[in-house]
Design a protein. Structure first.
Length: 134
């Protein structure tokens, strides 16, 4: 029961789903443009899952991560909060996702701002300033 309570209350889970749906178009464009690939998406999901501790999420995202080509060792590291093997270009996004989950969406004022923004027409780029000191 402890694990399920850690995941979210009904209002918190509803907010996460609502926010995900609000940004689905951005995610699709980023995926189509190649900024996000299946492994990158699953790394983000695993970083959040290791904070939430939800067994059902852990099972589902482990399975999807394996299907995306991630190794069992990398998945174990992600689920234990070790992100050393994450590609440098994805590190800040993973840390942002982890921080977002840890604070239940109430970001520290000095947390990195993570956004997908349009560049050169339909081309998207991921903008991730550094953390600085919290």
């Amino acid at each position: 029961m402890e694990q399920l309570r850690r995941f979210a209350s009904v209002p918190l889970a509803s907010r996460y789903y609502r926010e995900a749906l609000e940004h689905m178009g951005d995610m699709r464009r980023a995926y189509r443009s190649g900024i996000l690939d299946k492994r990158f998406i699953e790394r983000i999901m695993l970083a959040v899952t290791q904070v939430n501790g939800c067994k059902m999420c852990s099972y589902a995202h482990t399975r999807m991560a394996l299907e995306s080509g991630m190794s069992a060792q990398e998945i174990r590291c992600m689920l234990s909060g070790e992100f050393a093997d994450v590609p440098d270009s994805q590190q800040k996004a993973i840390l942002y996702a982890e921080h977002y989950a840890q604070t239940e969406g109430t970001l520290h004022r000095r947390a990195p701002q993570c956004s997908l923004r349009a560049m050169e027409g339909n081309r998207l780029s991921l903008s991730l300033p550094s953390y600085g000191s919290l």
